[in-house]
Ligand binder design. Structure first.
Ligand SMILES: [Zn+2]
Length: 496
C-alpha cells in the first residue's frame, strides 16, 4: 500500500486506456468478493488474482451539482499494485464515455473531469465500503492486505503568484503599437489589464481567436513554460488570422524554453528595477528581474538559427555530419555553438520530418520465411476515423500475411466483437476461395497474432479459431511492438 491519494473522504482512481482489467489494491473496497482461481495476463506478465468483486463508488457531477453511483463489476483485487485503476476500455463497453479530458458515466452531461495527480491521470471518487465485506475463508488469504495506516501524497495546491498590473506607460504603448488586447491569462480581477480575464485555468483556455495578454508567473519550473509555449503554439495554429499574443515573461536565455521564442518577435525588454508594475492604489512597483515582451500574430516571421540555414543550404544535410565537420575544424563560414544543436526536434526542419516518415523501414530480424503465404497472419484495427466514410464506416481493420507482408483491409462501422468476427471470417473465406491450387495446407491460415483487445479476446473468436484450427497468439497488453508489423502498416496508412 504505497500510493493511495486521499482528499477528505475521496480517493484518487487512475484511468488506464490500455489495460483491460479494473483493479483495486485495497480489499475492503470490494463488495461481494469471491475467490478467483485463474491467473490474469497483464502487461507486466502473468499475475494470479486472489479475488474478484464489485467496486462501487460515488462521483461528483458538477453539472447537476449532485453525486452519481457507479458500480464496476468484476474488479480484481491486486494487493501488490499501487492505486486503484479503472480500465477506460471496459468502462466504455459498459456505457461510459471518454472525451477530451472528461469521462462521462451513463447519461448526458454527467461529465467528470480527468485530473492529473503526481503525473497520473484519473478521477476523484468517494468509495462505498460495506460493513461485513469479507467471509472468513477469504479473510485468511488476505492477512497482508490491511487497510493503509496513512495516505500519502496530498495534491499540491499552487499558490496564486500572478504578477501585478502593468503600469499605464508601458501598457498603452503596447496597445498603441499592436492593437488593443482584450483577454488576459494568469491574472485575477483586481490585477487584470484587459476587460476579459482567465484565472489559473490557462490549460482550459484556447489561445486563439482573441488578442491575448499572457503574463505567466515567474517562479514556475522550466517544464511549465515549455508546456505553456507548446500549448500557445498549438492553439495559435488553429486560427492564426484572428489571434494576437503578447507575452511578458522573465528574460532567461539559458533556459530550456528559450528556443520556443523563435516564433515570436521581441518588441521590448524591461531591465530589472524599472517601474513596470502598479499596485491596486496606482503606486508604482519595481520589477524584480529582467523582463521581455514577446509578440506574435499572423505576420510574425519564424526566426531560424544558422544551423537550419546551413542544413537547408547543404540540401538537408544531416546534423550528425555537420557536427563531425565541426569537430574536424572544417570552416563552414559561420559559428555554430552547442545551443543551436539542442534545438527542439519540433522546430527543426519540417520537411525532413515528413521525409523521415515516408522512408522505407528496414525489415525486422524476425524471419517468417518458413511460413507459407497466409499461414501466419496478424490483425489489428485502427480508428475511429474523424468522419464517416462513404459507406458509413469508422474503423479500419488490416490483416497482414507475415511472410509476404501482403495486407487485406476491411472497414466496419463499429469496433466490437461481432464485426471483427465477420471481418476475420471474410478474410478466411477470401484466402480459401482465392487459392487456385488444389494443394491442401498451402493457402490455409494456421496462426493469428493480435493484441489483447476485447474484440479479439472473446468466445465467438475462440470458437472460430478452434473450428478452423488456428492458433491464436496474443501480444501482451500495451506491448505494441510485439504486433509491430501491422502497427507499422497503420502508421504508414495514417501519414500518407
Ligand atoms: Zn531538412
Amino acid at each position: 500500500m504505497k500510493s493511495i491519494y486521499k482528499m477528505g473522504n475521496k480517493i484518487f482512481v487512475g484511468l488506464d486506456t490500455c489495460a483491460n482489467v479494473h483493479s483495486v489494491p485495497y480489499m475492503p473496497l470490494l463488495t461481494d468478493p469471491r475467490p478467483a482461481d485463474r491467473s490474469i495476463g497483464t502487461s507486466g506478465g502473468e499475475t494470479s488474482a486472489r479475488l474478484y468483486g464489485n467496486f462501487t463508488f460515488m462521483v461528483d457531477i458538477p453539472y447537476y451539482n449532485t453525486q452519481k453511483r457507479v458500480n464496476v463489476s468484476n474488479a480484481l483485487g491486486m494487493p501488490d499494485s499501487g492505486l486503484p485503476l479503472l480500465s477506460v476500455n471496459l468502462l466504455k463497453r459498459s456505457g461510459a464515455k471518454h472525451s477530451n479530458g472528461y469521462i462521462g458515466f451513463h447519461g448526458d452531461d454527467s461529465w467528470v473531469k480527468i485530473e492529473c495527480v503526481n503525473g497520473l491521470y484519473g478521477i476523484w471518487v468517494t468509495p462505498i465500503i460495506p460493513e461485513n465485506h469479507l467471509s472468513t475463508n477469504v479473510t485468511d488469504q488476505l492477512h497482508d492486505a490491511q487497510p493503509p495506516e496513512r495516505f500519502v501524497g496530498q495534491p499540491r495546491i499552487e499558490s496564486i503568484d500572478f504578477p501585478p498590473k502593468i503600469a499605464n506607460e508601458y501598457w498603452s504603448e503596447y496597445n498603441e503599437n499592436r492593437g488593443e488586447f482584450t483577454h488576459q491569462v494568469f491574472t485575477t480581477r483586481s490585477r487584470s489589464n484587459t476587460p476579459e480575464q482567465w484565472l489559473n485555468d490557462w490549460y482550459d483556455c484556447m489561445f486563439c481567436s482573441y488578442a491575448f495578454l499572457v503574463t505567466p508567473p515567474s517562479n514556475r519550473s522550466n517544464e511549465f513554460y515549455v508546456q505553456l509555449f507548446e500549448k500557445i503554439d498549438h492553439d495559435f495554429s488553429k486560427n492564426p488570422h484572428d489571434t494576437k499574443i503578447l507575452i511578458i515573461i522573465q528574460k532567461a536565455p539559458r533556459s530550456s524554453w528559450w528556443k520556443y521564442l523563435c516564433n515570436y518577435e521581441i518588441i521590448d525588454e524591461v531591465v530589472a528595477e524599472s517601474l513596470f508594475y502598479i499596485d491596486k492604489d496606482g503606486k508604482h512597483i519595481k520589477n524584480g528581474r529582467d523582463l521581455i515582451v514577446l509578440y506574435r500574430d499572423i505576420n510574425t516571421v519564424t526566426k531560424i538559427n544558422p544551423l537550419i540555414l546551413l542544413h537547408l543550404r547543404l540540401m538537408h544535410f544531416s546534423n550528425v555530419y555537420i557536427l563531425d565537420l565541426l569537430k574536424k575544424n572544417v570552416d563552414l563560414g559561420l559559428t555554430i555553438n552547442e545551443t543551436f544543436l539542442k534545438m527542439a526536434v519540433d522546430y527543426f526542419c519540417k520537411g525532413c520530418q515528413v521525409r523521415h516518415r515516408k522512408l522505407p523501414v528496414k525489415a525486422s530480424h524476425q524471419d517468417f520465411s518458413q511460413y507459407h503465404p497466409f499461414q501466419y497472419v496478424c490483425m489489428d484495427g485502427t480508428g475511429p476515423l474523424p468522419v464517416e466514410s462513404l459507406h458509413g464506416n469508422f474503423y479500419i481493420w488490416g490483416v497482414m500475411c507475415m511472410s509476404t507482408r501482403w495486407v487485406r483491409v476491411f472497414f466496419t462501422r463499429n469496433k466490437d466483437q461481432a464485426e471483427v468476427f465477420v471481418v476475420f471470417n471474410r478474410f478466411l473465406e477470401f484466402v480459401q476461395t482465392n487459392s487456385r491450387f488444389d494443394i491442401e495446407n498451402l493457402f490455409v491460415t494456421e496462426r493469428l497474432l493480435t493484441d489483447l483487445g476485447g474484440e479479439f479476446l472473446n468466445k465467438s473468436m475462440i470458437s472460430l479459431c478452434v473450428k478452423r484450427r488456428i492458433a491464436h497468439k496474443f501480444s501482451a497488453a500495451t506491448m505494441h511492438h510485439q504486433n509491430a508489423h501491422i502497427e507499422r502498416y497503420f502508421q504508414t496508412l495514417w501519414t500518407e
